[in-house]
Design a protein around this ligand. Structure first.
Ligand code: SF4
Length: 501
């Protein structure tokens, strides 16, 4: 019996930006007695169904965007006589769907690492259960990834997780509902050990793939302090201290390491935290700005973000501490107007953002927005290709609408066109060259230009474009650009590197 783990994707680039961490973690949770698992990341190349044999187990991890492709892989594996097991956020939310459409024998809901060995044992015994509840695994039980199984020279960045869960409750995000609101942190030692292993293998760029690397804000601490019961304050203070301990550990690693993560904007108000990030060489972070208008932020329950000049200044503060920001913006909020696109582009330029992404509002299952939207359409959902739009991930890619909620003042085409225009202008060669001043040498500036262009090809043109010729062209470009790009990120392996004292 061979264990196959498949990360489904519709587009394969041959080279990928970030390692899909779950594949290597679940490989780590696979008992050695069952042999080496066979890992397939379809962002590199398609899986080959002829490799699935009767009695094998095929584990498929899905999120909403790749669920449909995951179901194709599942059905192909079942037809070949293999046991099919689904996991991941989407399968946790819709276990029945994986059974109905993906040929699943079993679905694992929640975290996979604790329950995976039982699932495999049951498959070997010929009696897998329909559903396994993996629950929320404690931080000290997160399984280290099997980086020894990585294919050579295919990824630009490795990924390490340090915390799961987020105490905030943004209405467009499912993290706080699926991963919980209590941050579950991993010990600094465990994280540092994994980073050392990756550096030994020649990775110097590492994404700290957390939902929120800054889970406790100064305001959270202030609020907890005012409570009569000190327990909450003590819990939050402990989580904060663990973050500092981790960053002290990272700071002791080789100086050529570079980290990237995700933080909330409130981190800009915490100079002590930003300084610790700088010392740990966390040089970049994705920051969810979402909207530049107060009404927009209120609409998505993210009114803890700032707007206008204060917003630009807050974002600039990250740069003052040496942190490059990838700002993330959402278009299509009911409060957006035509002027919003220009205002957002202007803000992104003034706020010294190094990169930016502009996404259109999509109600993702597991979020408050989705539940509200689904309820509002109940009984009269429009259908596309026979699929109700409230199951939009089941509509084939080429027919899938790019926007789902009617907007009070703009048509979906208008929103999509303006969004594309903002991408085009933010990533125009002139703007990219101007931003490339954030690095010093001409070689680094050229590398910055290539990476900016690649980012745009991979995420904008293949994501929001409705023009299939443009999507195909972008995928070809991305494939072509990705190879030389990867070399820019590679480093000489350091097999002799020791854990810091
Ligand atoms: S968007 Fe970020 S801050 Fe908001 S709930 Fe999700 S992870 Fe937390």
């Amino acid at each position: 019996m061979t264990v196959h783990l498949v990360n489904p994707s519709n587009v394969s680039f041959g080279t990928a930006v970030i390692t899909p961490r779950w594949l290597y973690v679940l490989a780590g949770a696979t008992p050695a007695a069952l042999g080496e698992p066979h890992l397939v990341d379809e962002t590199l190349e398609r899986s080959d169904p002829t490799t699935f044999m009767p009695g094998d187990v095929v584990g498929i991890g899905i999120h909403t965007s790749n669920a449909l492709r995951g179901y194709q892989v599942g059905r192909a594996a079942r037809d070949r006589g293999a046991y099919v097991v689904f996991g991941g956020i989407h399968a946790s939310l819709y276990p029945d769907e994986a059974h109905e459409l993906g040929g699943a024998h079993s679905v694992v809901t929640g975290d996979g690492e604790d329950v995976w060995a039982t699932v495999l044992e049951d498959c070997r015994g010929g009696a897998p259960a329909k559903v396994y509840d993996g629950g929320k695994v404690r931080g000290d039980r997160f399984v280290p990834a099997r980086w020894d199984l990585l294919p050579r020279d295919r990824y630009m960045w490795a990924s390490v997780q340090t915390v799961r869960g987020c105490p905030k409750h943004c209405s467009f995000c499912s993290v706080w509902r699926t991963d919980g609101r209590q941050p579950r942190t991993r010990s600094a030692d465990a994280v540092v050990r994994e980073v050392v292993e990756l550096r030994r293998r020649g990775f110097r760029f590492i994404a700290l793939a957390d939902d929120n690397f800054y889970p406790v804000t100064l305001q959270d601490l202030e609020r907890a302090k005012r409570r009569t019961d000190p327990q909450r304050f003590e819990e939050l203070a402990a989580v904060r201290e663990e973050r500092f301990e981790l960053m002290r550990g990272l700071a002791r690693l080789p100086e050529d390491l570079v980290f990237f993560t995700q933080v909330k904007m409130e981190a800009a108000e915490d100079p002590e935290f930003l300084e610790a990030m700088r010392r740990a060489r966390i040089v970049g972070a994705l920051v969810g700005v979402e909207s530049v208008a107060p009404e927009g932020l209120q609409a998505i329950r993210k009114d803890f973000n700032l707007v206008g000049e204060a917003l630009a200044e807050r974002l600039q503060r990250f740069r003052a501490h040496g942190l490059h920001v990838l700002g993330s913006f959402i278009f299509g909020l009911p409060t957006d107007r035509r002027e919003t696109f220009e205002a957002t582009l202007d803000l992104a330029t003034r706020a010294d953002l190094t990169f930016a992404q502009f996404v259109t509002l999509t109600p993702f299952p597991g979020t408050v927005d989705f539940a509200r939207w689904e309820a509002s359409l109940k009984g009269h959902e429009p259908h596309v290709q026979g699929v109700p739009v409230t199951r939009h991930w089941l509509i084939p890619d080429e027919h899938r609408p790019k926007l789902y909620s009617p907007h009070p003042t703009m048509s979906p085409q208008e929103i999509r066109r303006h969004t594309q225009d903002v991408w085009d202008r933010f990533y125009s060669i002139g703007q990219v060259w101007r931003r490339s001043r954030c690095v010093r040498s001409v070689r680094s500036r050229l590398a910055f230009v290539i990476i900016s262009k690649l980012y745009r090809q991979m995420y904008a043109n293949t994501g929001i474009s409705t023009d299939s010729a443009r999507v195909n062209r972008a995928a070809r470009w991305a494939r072509w650009l990705a190879r030389p790009c990867r070399r820019l990120f590679a480093a000489r392996p350091m097999p002799e590197l020791q854990m810091p004292a």
